[in-house]
Design a protein around this ligand. Structure first.
Ligand SMILES: Cc1cc2nc3c(=O)[nH]c(=O)nc-3n(C[C@H](O)[C@H](O)[C@H](O)COP(=O)(O)O)c2cc1C
Length: 358
């Protein structure tokens, strides 16, 4: 799959996820085969004002390519100027304009999904951004604002007409938030009408869902968001499944190694205090479904310091491995075992001051 001049090694795409799809998470996703990553959404206004915090969200690194920087805003001039800065500074390979975010602070400013209620503004936004940059330009939309205002096709056609290079569709309305199911027929409808690549998104939870989305909609790219949380292996297994190969579940050893590497990268990216804090949610997702994980998470949620976090992770995974060995179960199936996690064993390794009250 190509998006204009941007060549992808495959069509599995990590969704833009605010607070989540940062450099460490993208690096891990790519390691398991993800063919394209989006940044977290960033304020176009913040970029244009040169706000350090905003620009820092776009921090990338060697190997973190191909990358699409997603911006949000409502002013065509500001969005175009932000896109230009991204191109000039080489912050990403392409720019995406967020037209799907339903959260209040964003829609209150007329940005995100609120744009879908203003097709003429959408036209101006894409026109100006298109004039400003040569790198690929994409948009990400929902199915519309509300059940009575569904206009994904209209917006997608405007985007294509004004020179956008791809459209990603998350077929829920803004008023739906994340409730109900994605209506993949909207993706099929948009795909049938457009010549540019259409990226399907919404509720791809398994490798089987990835091929079902392709089959049911004919979409070009498959965007995965929530299913990748704590589970970057979804990319490997969706790729394998699409190639007709069997899936390869992550065993305990691999999981533990990736968790450790992710923590290291998070600390490298943000420094120890923030890096550990940001990493906690990932740790929770990685261990979700494993036996004893509720107790583990309760304890690990208050542990501070990289070394201490690594120690409790090691203890937890050693306990899991011991139980798996005793039960003569393949480690892959550990999630199905019924063990209780020995918290005191894990926490006895902590030095003084290793936990915090929350
Ligand atoms: C925590 C979280 C943060 C998100 N942040 C963004 C964002 O910054 N920009 C965006 O366009 N969509 C964002 N989304 C929406 C996702 O990109 C995606 O469209 C949605 O989760 C549906 O895909 P999924 O079912 O694979 O998760 C976010 C979703 C979640 C759950």
């Amino acid at each position: 799959m190509n998006i204009a001049t941007l060549e992808l090694s495959n069509n599995l795409i990590l969704a833009p996820l605010a607070g989540i799809s940062d450099l460490p998470f993208r690096t891990i996703a790519r390691r398991f085969g993800c063919g394209l990553c989006y940044s977290e959404m960033v304020s176009a206004d913040g970029i244009v004002r040169g706000q350090r915090k905003t620009l820092d969200i776009l921090r990338s690194g060697p190997g973190d390519r191909p990358l699409i920087a997603q911006i949000f805003g409502s002013d065509p001039g500001v969005l175009a100027a932000a896109a230009e800065i991204i191109e000039e500074r080489g912050l990403a390979d392409a720019v995406d304009i967020n037209m799907g975010c339903p959260v209040k602070p964003v829609i209150r400013r007329g940005a995100g999904a609120a744009l879908m209620r203003e097709p003429e503004r959408v036209r101006l936004i894409i026109r100006e951004a298109r004039r400003s940059v040569r790198i690929p330009l994409t948009v990400k939309i929902r199915s519309g604002w509300s059940p009575t205002e569904k206009n994904a096709l209209e917006i997608a056609r405007i985007a294509e007409g004004e020179g956008a290079d791809a459209v990603a569709v998350h077929p829920r309305t803004a008023s739906q938030g994340f409730s109900g199911r994605s209506d993949w027929s909207v993706i099929a409808e948009v795909k049938a009408a457009l010549k540019i690549p259409v990226i399907g998104n919404g509720d791809v939870e398994t490798p089987g869902d990835a091929s079902a989305l392709l089959g049911q909609t004919g979409c070009d790219g498959i965007m995965i968001g929530r299913a990748a949380l704590g589970n970057p292996w979804i990319f490997r297994n969706a790729l394998r499944h699409l190639a007709g190969e069997g899936i390869e579940l992550a065993n305990l050893e691999e999981k533990r190694r990736v968790i450790g590497e992710h923590l290291e990268m998070s600390v490298g990216r943000y420094g120890e205090v923030t890096g550990v804090k940001n990493f906690r949610k990932h740790l929770f997702w990685y261990t979700k479904g494993l036996r004893g994980s509720a107790a583990f998470r309760k304890g690990a949620g208050t542990v501070t310091g990289k070394g201490n976090v690594l120690a409790v992770i090691s203890a937890y995974f050693e306990t899991l491995a011991e139980v798996a060995a005793e039960e003569k179960m393949p480690l892959d199936f550990l999630g199905k075992l019924n063990i209780s996690f020995n918290q005191s064993k894990a926490f006895s390794r902590l030095g003084p001051g290793g936990t915090e009250e929350r």
